[in-house]
Design a protein around this ligand. Structure first.
Ligand code: SER
Length: 317
């Protein structure tokens, strides 16, 4: 059985990825790590350790001590937070990923997975059905860091035979942990506000289309790409999507379940970030090379989110 270490385990994706990986690979074989101390109340489903990837000694020691084969490096600042503090984004996202790729190379790990994002694209990228291989000139610190990760990772594949893999996640919608400081966060916040207050003020404007995905699909594509036979992979960084919508469309879908729900719009600095990204994504490379297919479209996602979140918040609708 492979032993997997995950960074950023207490983030939006990590929180749910850890459970799914542990079910599949066994609790003891999945080492959940985060820069901060593990939260006091944790499911006792396997080890949770503190790890700061900026400390390369600690990183190398832990990979050796825990006998790790695969590292999934999820620790990252998102787009909004990155614009507030570009220098911190450089350190966390670029230096952090460099340290992880170097550790993978030096220690000879079997595989390294580092997420990329739709943010790796920029204003000069074609916006509709954005192809996998296309111009990438992002205009955010976060986007620049993701292009670095893709290119440095792919360079290590070519130069050192490293097994680097990356997914360009769209906005991820989930009911467990909140996203921290992204441009697509509105599509999560809207559910909390719809259930609690029956109204939501969106920080993205009407008509702002972005590619999105529900967490079960995010977990599925992550595990599927880890497990894809290397010989099938022509690419190493993949476009991935499940749906594409604008704020008024997700609001209309929520309204089908909560008729009193109302949305209003007060775009902030994230509007400009959103406008620099694709509206929809062509993920045919992922479909062709490792059989990607999402399970959730907008109506299925909204129904499931409302069911889960209402239980979690203890409110009915
Ligand atoms: N969800 C991310 C963000 O909004 C995009 O990868 O920053």
């Amino acid at each position: 059985m492979k032993r997997i270490l995950v960074t950023g385990s207490y983030g939006q994706i990590g929180t749910e990825l850890i459970g799914a990986l542990r079910q599949k690979y066994g609790g003891e074989n999945v080492i959940a790590t985060g820069r901060k101390k593990p939260p006091a109340v944790l499911k006792e489903d396997g080890p949770y350790l503190q790890l700061d990837v900026m400390d390369t000694n600690q990183l190398h020691a832990m990979l050796v001590d825990q006998d790790i084969d695969i590292i999934i490096h999820n620790a990252s600042l998102l787009s909004g937070t990155g614009e507030k503090n570009p220098q911190l984004a450089f350190h966390t996202n670029i230096v952090g990923a460099y340290n992880v790729l170097e550790a993978t190379r030096i220690l000879g790990l079997d595989q390294v997975m580092i997420p990329s994002s739709i943010a790796a694209f920029g204003p000069s990228t074609p916006k509709d059905n954005t192809p996998n291989d296309v111009i990438m000139r992002p205009t955010t610190a976060y986007g620049v860091s993701k292009v670095f990760i893709e290119l440095w990772g792919e360079y290590y594949v070519k130069r050192y035979g490293l097994d680097f893999r990356s997914l360009r996640y769209p906005g991820i919608i989930s009911s467990e942990a909140l996203p921290g400081g992204g441009t697509t966060d509105y599509a999560v916040e809207i559910f909390y506000e719809a259930l609690k207050n029956k109204r939501y003020t969106s920080f993205l404007d009407k008509g702002t289309y972005l590619p999105m995905m529900y967490m079960p699909d995010c977990i599925k594509c992550t595990i599927d790409l880890i497990e894809a036979p290397a010989e099938n992979l022509v690419h190493r960084s993949f476009n991935i999507t499940a749906m594409s919508f604008a704020p008024e469309e997700i609001a209309a879908e929520i309204k089908k379940h909560i008729p009193e729900f109302e949305i209003s719009y007060e775009p902030d600095f994230r509007q400009q970030i959103a406008e620099s990204w694709p509206k929809s994504i062509d993920d045919s490379a992922a479909r062709d090379e490792w059989g990607w297919k999402p399970d959730y479209d907008l109506p299925a996602m909204v129904k499931d989110m409302l069911e889960r979140l209402s239980k979690k918040l203890g409110v009915s609708y």
